[in-house]
Design a protein around this ligand. Structure first.
Ligand code: PLP
Length: 396
């Protein structure tokens, strides 16, 4: 028996972004005269919305005023933010109480810690391609992962497999990296599947604020029966620029029980022993992103990225390159032309166009032969990158 957990050696996602950064750095060093534009990152380009900034300043000042100091808060998050989130859910047709919503310091951490509620060694189903943290979290938890494959054949929206048995299944909509969005029927099929098998869905709605099309669900709780089978993970990172501030939430509905135990109660216990909540000032800023005028300011920022994403998708299509996403999502997921592998296209775009994308191979086996372009960039950068990419792609 050794000392260290060797499961860390099985992790892959750290490789992807460090390899992208090191290839881009090498190229920049060898060609200092060339401008490199990154459409590779999931971080945002615009500054914080004015109302969010103002809330941060006011809440910070409050800390130094007599009677204004806020120390440890409730583990589950401040009531004002949980209530505002419940109202936000209600606006899109999902009825939740604030007791079902738990504030945290971002979705990524929650995706790892929620696995502590389950017995190690369970079987989980993970979309392929998808955000790599799901697989990494399950590798570290000692779980067995099966994959539900996405491809052009199903629009990168895997349907429930008839035969597979699993305790947990991950769904991400709008998807990272594919930008594909489940419609209500697609989610209904998953909810029925989970209810029939007593499986639990982990629904990642980190990109919900980019859904503009009427009728597309922003939350799994817009689907009947979902409260009995789904945990939802949310984030202020992409909706309001909290990638650095750090704030997100997890929904554990009261109706979600397994083996006679309420998962809401279990999660409450879990965070009571392991967390001290998200910072008060950050929660005040998050509240400002949900209330007017902050909500409209944040929606305008999302519209700005969506506009760039639409332009990227339309330009690629006009050059004969198949892609998904770009609508209701800041990501465009393209099929590499001319039989190129995803790293080959990455190198070609870097060397010939000075543009950084994200190779699809980093998102799973089915990501090979595809690349992700992110619209989280300044509009002028996006426009220049697009022009230079099209020159390269049109010559293939
Ligand atoms: N879920 C998905 C699908 C993501 O793409 C990301 C970040 O890129 C996260 C969760 C993590 O979000 P957070 O910044 O709240 O940790």
């Amino acid at each position: 028996m050794g000392l260290l957990d060797r499961r860390f050696e099985g992790l892959e996602s750290s490789y992807l972004f460090s390899e992208i950064a090191s290839r881009a750095r090498r190229f920049a060093k060898a060609h200092p005269e060339r401008e490199i534009i990154s459409l590779g990152v999931g971080d945002l380009a615009l500054p914080l919305a004015p109302s969010v900034c103002e809330a941060l300043v006011l809440a910070s000042r409050e800390q130094g005023e007599p009677g204004g100091f806020k120390g440890y808060g409730p583990y589950e998050g401040r009531a004002f933010l949980r209530e505002a989130l419940a109202s936000d859910y209600a606006r899109s047709g999902a009825e939740l109480s604030s007791e079902e919503i738990f504030i945290n310091d971002g979705a990524k951490n929650a995706l790892f810690s929620l696995l502590s509620l389950f017995e190690p060694g369970i079987t989980v189903l993970i979309p392929d391609p998808v955000y790599p943290a799901y697989l990494d979290a399950n590798i570290l938890a000692g779980n067995r992962a099966g994959f539900i494959e996405g491809g052009p054949e199903n629009g990168y929206l895997p349907s429930p497999p008839e035969s597979a048995a699993a305790s947990l299944v991950y769904l991400c909509s709008p998807g990272n990296p594919t930008g594909a969005v489940y419609d209500a029927d697609g989610l209904k099929a998953w909810v029925s599947w989970a209810l029939e098998r007593d499986a639990v869905i982990i629904f990642d709605s980190a990109y919900r604020s980019f859904i503009r099309e009427c009728g597309l669900p922003k939350s799994i709780y817009e689907i009947e029966g979902a409260k009995e089978c789904a945990i939802e993970i949310g984030s202020f990172s992409k909706s309001a620029g909290f990638t650095g501030l750090r704030c997100g939430w997890a929904v554990f509905p009261m109706a979600l029980e397994r083996e006679g135990v309420s998962l809401n109660k279990l999660w409450r216990q879990r965070i009571a022993v392991s967390e001290n909540g998200a910072p008060y000032v950050v929660q005040r800023a998050a509240l400002a992103s949900l209330e007017e005028p902050g909500a409209s300011e944040c929606a305008r920022a999302a519209d700005f990225y969506l506009n760039s994403a639409r332009r990227i998708a339309a330009a690629l299509k006009s050059a004969g390159i198949s892609c998904t996403g770009g609508l209701n999502s800041p990501y465009v997921w393209l099929e590499c032309p001319a039989g190129l592998s995803s790293w080959e296209l990455f190198d070609m775009l870097l060397e010939r166009a000075g543009v950084v994308c994200t190779p699809g191979a980093g998102f799973g086996r089915r990501g090979e032969g595809r690349c992700r372009l992110s619209a989280f960039a300044k509009a002028e950068d996006c426009e220049r990158a697009l022009g230079r990419m099209l020159e390269v792609l049109n010559r293939l």
